[in-house]
Design a protein around this ligand. Sequence first.
Ligand SMILES: Nc1ncnc2c1ncn2[C@@H]1O[C@H](COP(=O)(O)OP(=O)(O)OP(=O)(O)O)[C@@H](O)[C@H]1O
Length: 243
Amino acid sequence: MLRLSDAGVRFGQRWIFRNLTLKIDDLTCIALLGPNGRGKTTLLRAIAGFQLLSEGERSGPLDVGYVPQLGGNLLSFSAIEMVVMGRSSALGVFGSPRKQDYQIAHDALAEVGLLSLAYQSFDRLSGGERQLVLVARALASGATTIILDEPASALDLANQSRLLGIIRDLKKRSRFTLIFSTHVPQHALQVADETVLMLPQGQTVQGRSAAVLTETNMTELYGIPVCRVPMPGQVDAVVPIFR
Ligand SMILES: Nc1ncnc2c1ncn2[C@@H]1O[C@H](COP(=O)(O)OP(=O)(O)OP(=O)(O)O)[C@@H](O)[C@H]1O
């Protein structure tokens, strides 16, 4: 189990969050939602153990596969080399990747549907392709806790569906604890067992996704009306009402 108790992170004089207690049971899938700048990345990094807490405590595993938000640090390694880098904790400081590490990387790229781009330079991939390569890297790491920071932000609708499928498959394998942030409540409703809302005024709400993602909570979260529309035989549709 991963746990943050009375956790807080402060940058200079500014508290990003405080008094935050979060319990993540093994093998659950958790979605994290909140408005821009509210502190989701900071919280994910704290959960991963990369961000030092200013107060409170973290307990839980440290071997975490972390998929960062898509950034500008483009590297000219090939896609498969980027994925093989995910094997580094299994190889040790001086180890170099062996045939079996490349096989694992190959399988991970196949899982995200990018095998055909294995030897293309990472810096020449599209944003969505890069995002999927980073997901493959976390899969290849062998970590059983995988944290994904907005993994769908650059994905088209088909690839969002593929990503949700990958998350569902990982859940079915019953080996992984998954935590992802998103600005799309529908993603949480589709695949997350539990959702954590970082509300604008500083409170945090955690609970079963269908129970937490109410119209009232989502409207408070984003400051615009958000509706949940029943879809016969399917998960409710989440519809923001843009003005
Ligand atoms: N190392 C840092 N030093 C100072 N301020 C920081 C640092 N890292 C993040 N912040 C600030 O903390 C706040 C929360 O940032 P964070 O990236 O966690 O938000 P977020 O919810 O992930 O945002 P978004 O949805 O826009 O990605 C922001 O205002 C950011 O500028």
